[in-house]
Design a protein around this ligand. Structure first.
Ligand code: GLN
Length: 485
């Protein structure tokens, strides 16, 4: 089996036994990229020379076993800064922007011995659910090249699924780690808000954004999260979680946990195949005597509207910095300063990003602020309270990651509302800052992966991971896509 089709944990154990070397993994990764990524377009940039240099050096001096990640390559979504490298955010406006510093998560990965393999494709500024909003062209789903890999971390999820990265980082503002993980048949985790420093993650909606892992297994996700977690003076919203080692209690599995099902919310919103897979999972849990109960999330029907008001409001403020003065692109021709701003932003941002800036500015403007932004903040509080009361009765919630399997490229891109509605099961966890994971739960009739999501109370990331580990074992999903170049 090609080396990069192994998960992270397997690779590390092979490395520790000296059965393989970091240089062999790096070489295999580059040939797999060569072979598959022309069709997939999961990477925007591959750091081929550096990967070979660093992997070669630590292979020769034998130092790779001194650090927990032992020289394994990890791919990074292109809205996370790597020093001296481009961070385009999938946007023309940052096409030539080079990060002068590492994101904290990158510093931690490198300090733990990982080698960054390159940058992966995304919807422009992480705004989207299909990776079609990338200014550099879409990524294709490795399971079906006519379909979207999900988004916005579609490049990261496709790379892991196709065996051109053993693991990757993504970011999740409204589902961008979990939904592509679900569409590509891999595992993706959004930690509790604050668990991973946002320093060096290009801001989209600051009260939602979180960096997290996409990998082949729950254990691999737990390992990456253990490396990148931690409070950071450079991000005031980051927290010192008590858990430093998220792999520690995986073996506990689902033991002693009660799983809540928000039946009313789900019923109206899933398609038939997803519902059937969900029912099968419920039966699986029942057959293992896992207690299951109905819970109610009465305000979750407003979650998509609430998310798209607040996230766009925050985005409109965060994206004000791209004005042609300090960062990135500046229009070649203009008359006045205002004209320079308008042309730079009009030429530099794609259609979806412009739509969001306009909507966000609108909901924050005098006269509309109370009706939209303030109302949405109130609804956000109600959604948080719904979760609080659900978690008084159960330990975790289970729901599909998405209402459908991967949709076709081009199917939703012309209808933004339809695209927004595909986030219905992922945005509630972001509104409430909760830890949530997506793991593969089977294949659709058409052979596409389906994802199941577990959501826990704040700071219970360890419980979410343990439960997902248990469920992953019960499901036993072992299928892989067959990418032909
Ligand atoms: N699909 C959602 C959006 O477009 C979520 C994106 C994300 O999590 N970055 O806003």
């Amino acid at each position: 089996m090609p080396l990069n089709e192994h998960g992270l944990t397997e690779l590390i154990s092979l490395l520790q036994k000296k059965d393989i070397t970091p240089l062999e993994i790096a070489t295999d990764l580059l040939s797999a990229v060569n072979d598959k990524d022309k069709v997939l377009h999961a990477y925007l940039e591959v750091y081929g020379d550096e990967l070979l240099d660093v992997a070669g050096r630590i292979t020769r001096d034998g130092s790779f076993c001194e650090k927990p990640l032992c020289g394994v390559p990890i791919a990074v979504k292109d809205n996370i800064c790597v020093e001296g490298k481009k961070t385009t955010c999938g946007s023309r406006i940052l096409e030539d922007y080079e990060s002068p510093y590492h994101a904290t998560a990158i510093e931690k990965l490198i300090a733990s011995g990982a080698i960054i393999s390159g940058k992966t494709n995304l919807d422009e500024f992480a705004m989207g659910s299909s990776t079609e909003n990338s200014a550099f062209g879409p990524t294709r789903n490795p399971w079906d090249l006519e379909r979207a890999p999900g988004g916005s971390s579609g490049g990261s999820a496709a790379a892991v699924a196709a065996g051109i990265a053993p693991a990757a980082l993504g970011s999740d503002t409204g589902g961008s780690i979990r939904q592509p993980a679900g569409f590509c048949g891999v595992v993706g985790m959004k930690p509790t808000y604050g668990t991973v420093s946002r320093y060096g993650l290009v801001a989209f909606a600051s009260s939602f954004d979180q960096i997290g892992p996409i990998a082949k297994s729950v254990e691999d996700c737990a390992l990456v999260l253990s490396v990148i977690t931690g409070g950071d003076r450079k991000d005031a919203t980051s927290t010192h979680s008590l858990t430093r080692d998220f792999t520690r209690s995986l073996e506990k599995g689902l033991e002693g946990l009660t799983v809540g099902i928000p039946k009313d919310f789900l019923k109206k919103n899933m398609d038939a195949e997803v519902e059937q897979n969900f029912d099968e999972l419920l039966n699986l849990l029942r057959s293992h005597n896992v207690p299951i109960m109905d819970v109610s999330l009465p305000h979750s029907g407003y979650a998509v509207a609430c998310y798209y008001i607040i996230a766009n409001a925050e985005a409109s403020a965060n994206l004000a910095r791209y004005d042609g003065v300090r960062y990135g692109y500046r229009a070649a021709e203009y008359d006045t300063l205002d004209d320079m701003y308008a042309r730079t932003r009009g030429e530099g941002f794609g259609e979806e990003v412009q739509r969001r800036i306009l909507l966000g500015t609108y909901v924050l403007s005098a006269g509309y602020y109370d009706a939209y932004y303030l109302k949405a903040q109130m609804v956000r509080s109600l959604i948080i309270r719904d979760f609080e009361s659900a978690f008084e009765a159960c330990d975790l919630l289970m729901m599909p990651t998405s209402p459908t399997p991967a949709f076709k490229l081009g199917e939703k891109v012309a209808d933004p509302l339809l695209m927004y509605l595909s986030d219905i099961f992922t945005v509630p966890a972001n509104l409430a800052g909760l830890p949530a994971i997506s793991i593969p739960s089977g294949l659709s009739g058409g052979g596409l992966p389906l994802g199941i999501q577990l959501i826990g109370p704040p700071c219970k990331d360890e419980t979410v991971l343990a439960a997902a580990y248990g469920l992953e074992r019960e499901i036993g999903f072992d299928r892989k896509p067959n990418v032909r170049s």
